[in-house]
Design a protein around this ligand. Structure first.
Ligand code: SF4
Length: 190
């Protein structure tokens, strides 16, 4: 697997009409895979700005994420970013279980193409993708899971939108910062 495989996937998914989200999107948002990326962040779904521009995490959540990555010494330009579904749900609602299942093969193939040293799940949809739907984020965050179904180390943490929603004093922001720090430490010792 490789850059060529990533590019092949991006072209193929740009024409995907496998679920109803294809009818409300402006464009498919495959994600980003910069050369040399050792970290793969898995978010939930494109938002309005991502749907318009075609790039992942460019809205308020993206700007918060960029700052937090920089704080812990991770360069966003060296981090791959994808979502559990590649098309924006109407009104930014949470993807339905059937949509997540339909889109999953794209995501699973992207993980193989990027071949990251660590996968970071952001929020509940990505957590369910990696571990199954019955797990709670609060119980899973804060440590490295080596036995996840995605076949490589996984760190589960909050989605940046939760950090924005709960504000500077909320648990999600502190947890997200700490968990990204854990990822940076893992890469330093890997
Ligand atoms: S969300 Fe995924 S499965 Fe649904 S249309 Fe978009 S690319 Fe295809």
């Amino acid at each position: 697997m490789s850059r060529q495989e990533w590019d092949r996937l991006a072209v193929a998914m740009s024409a995907c009409i496998a679920c109803d989200l294809s009818q409300s999107r402006q464009r498919v948002v495959p994600g980003q895979f910069p050369p040399g990326a050792r970290v793969l962040l898995v978010g939930e779904a494109p938002g309005r700005e991502e749907d318009e521009g075609g790039e992942p995490f460019v809205g308020r959540s993206g700007r918060l994420l960029d700052g937090l990555l920089a704080d812990v010494g991770l360069d966003r330009s060296r981090v791959a970013v994808v979502n559990t579904v590649k098309c924006r749900p109407p009104a930014n609602r949470t993807p339905k279980r059937a949509e997540l299942a339909t889109c999953r093969p794209w995501l699973d193939q992207q993980v193989e193409a990027v071949d990251p040293a660590v996968v970071v799940t952001l929020g509940g949809s990505a957590l369910a993708w990696a571990f199954g739907a019955r797990h709670r984020l609060r119980d899973m965050r804060g440590r490295v899971h080596s036995g996840a179904a995605v076949g490589r180390p996984v760190v589960a943490t909050y989605h940046p939108s939760a950090a924005l929603r709960f504000g500077p004093a909320g648990e999600p922001l502190a947890a997200l910062r700490a968990d990204l720090g854990l990822v940076a430490e893992l890469l330093r010792t890997a």
